[in-house]
Design a protein around this ligand. Structure first.
Ligand code: 5GP
Length: 170
């Protein structure tokens, strides 16, 4: 399959620097718990977290939707839950792509039930065109209209995660 570069690596890193400044300033007297949604978030998560100037703790959650590789069916199951206690904590949920919003809506509901003091969302890419659930993204990297994206941690069938740029698969 052909892949065209959509967002070059340097641009991704520049945007992550901006996001980390904003988050560090918003949480200046706090110690947020950062929760990454595996697996696609891995590169974004590490690049973001190591630039923050506030102390953080981190954990991960993993969900799968019963769909094909390129579409989400809407039925979500949790494959791995968070391990840290979230009651009373300031949580930032970190996601690679918000597409229909179904995965994130399910995870937000699940985490809200653990009683965090606050829960904000940070996503590298907002694909708002196919949104089915209203999601307010507090920290957003890029808005992308269409296309299936790979690279910088994002896969198609576990391939292409290693690519440094974000590319559109054709
Ligand atoms: P949603 O539930 O919002 O429709 O989809 C969320 C998940 O689907 C994302 O976390 C991501 O793993 C996957 N996804 C959605 N769009 C894309 C895409 O363009 N490329 C890749 N690799 N994954 C996507």
């Amino acid at each position: 399959m052909r892949r065209d570069v959509l967002i070059p690596h340097d641009e991704i890193i520049g945007k992550i620097e901006e996001l980390s400044l904003k988050i560090s300033s918003d949480y200046s007297n706090k110690e947020p718990v950062l929760i990454g949604i595996l697996n696609g978030v891995i590169f974004f998560f590490t690049e973001l977290v190591r630039r923050l100037t506030v102390p953080t703790r981190m954990d991960f959650i993993r969900a799968a939707s019963y769909g094909s590789s390129m579409t989400s069916s809407g039925a979500i199951r949790l494959l791995k839950d968070v391990e840290l206690a979230l009651k009373g904590e300031d949580v930032i949920l970190i996601e690679d792509i918000v597409d229909t919003g179904l995965t994130l809506a399910h995870i937000v509901e699940h985490l809200e039930s653990k009683g965090p003091a606050s829960l904000k969302i940070c996503a590298l890419i907002d694909k708002a065109e196919r949104r089915e659930k209203t999601i307010s993204i507090d920290y957003c990297g890029f808005k992308v209209n269409e296309g299936f994206l790979v690279g910088f941690g994002l896969d198609y069938d576990e391939k292409y995660r290693y690519l440094p740029d974000i590319c559109v698969l054709k």
